[in-house]
Design a protein around this ligand. Structure first.
Ligand code: VOV
Length: 248
């Protein structure tokens, strides 16, 4: 049996995608809509207080295309808190008009492929910053789930640790070319959701998602072993923009 990579696991993560039932939303009076928006914003304010205390983080993006209209990405120390947050959201008035489109449950993950030293990694500030990240406030987001292939001669899980380490090193070098342009948050989801990882990319230039993902297709680890789910791309929805977004 090949040696499993050891993972470092950080905050739990929920990607919650909803479509908006605009026809139903329009049937409310403008006072009712305003009250629903106020109630929703007070929920987001609570999320912000948690983020300010560095006890979690969140991001809200409007999604381009028909797969969804809005995405909430939530990070919390426990999976129970993710459940509480989705339940609180579901109990709001606005949620009566939010139709579930897709969701993904995972946990922020770093592997030990490129780790060095004997120090307890959970005590290294840079590692902690990546395991418990405050989500970047970039203009755009790209999310997709992915697997590593297990088929015939292309079975990631039959490769030796050394072979996987070399492939991940090459992957990291390609990724490093995008430093300052794209920030990635990899979340592990084996045993938690339908794919093995969630990939969330943040950038102020949406074109960089295409350039990075395309370039990575030529890395052996993606070319030979990568299998991908649906891609979602979105634009940041700040608290200030919420009333305009929901105005009908
Ligand atoms: C923004 C660029 C970027 C950079 C710098 C980067 C670097 C790194 C490093 C150094 C490491 C290994 C150590 C660790 O930190 O775990 C990883 C790990 C991982 N990556 Fe990555 N990745 C990037 C970006 C990046 C992208 C765009 C994708 C999607 C692949 C594609 O083809 O669409 C991806 C996937 C992953 C995955 C699924 C893992 C875990 C694999 C496992 O088997 O455990 N990743 N990644």
């Amino acid at each position: 049996m090949s040696e499993a990579a050891q993972t470092l696991d950080g905050w739990y993560c929920l990607h919650d995608f909803r479509s908006i039932d605009w026809s139903a939303w329009k049937t409310l009076t403008s006072d009712e809509r305003e009250a629903a928006i106020r109630e929703f914003l007070s929920l987001v304010e609570k999320w912000q207080e948690t983020e300010d205390k560095k006890e979690g983080s969140h991001a809200i993006y409007t999604i381009v295309g028909q797969k969804a209209d809005i995405m909430f990405m939530i990070l919390r120390p426990t999976i129970e808190e993710l459940n509480e947050i989705e339940t609180a959201l579901n109990k709001t008035k606005l949620a009566e008009f939010l139709v579930p489109a897709y969701s993904y449950v995972s946990v922020v993950e770093l592997s030990n492929y490129l780790a060095s030293g004997d120090e307890d990694p959970y005590q290294i500030p840079e590692v902690r910053r990546r395991l418990y990240p405050i989500l970047p406030k970039t203009k755009h987001v790209c999310f997709y789930p992915m697997d590593k292939r297990r088929q015939g001669n292309d079975n990631w899980y039959m490769l030796s640790m050394e072979e996987r380490r070399n492939l991940m090193r090459a992957h990291g070098l390609t990724g490093r070319k995008y430093a300052g342009k794209v920030t990635q948050i990899i979340t592990g989801s084996v045993g938690l959701d339908d794919f093995e990882w969630g990939v969330t990319l943040f950038s102020d230039d949406a074109l960089q998602f295409k350039k990075l993902v395309y370039e990575m297709r030529f890395d052996e680890v993606s070319a030979r072993y990568g299998e991908f789910g649906s891609f979602f791309v979105g634009n940041r929805l700040t608290v200030e923009k919420v009333p305009v977004f929901l105005h009908v």
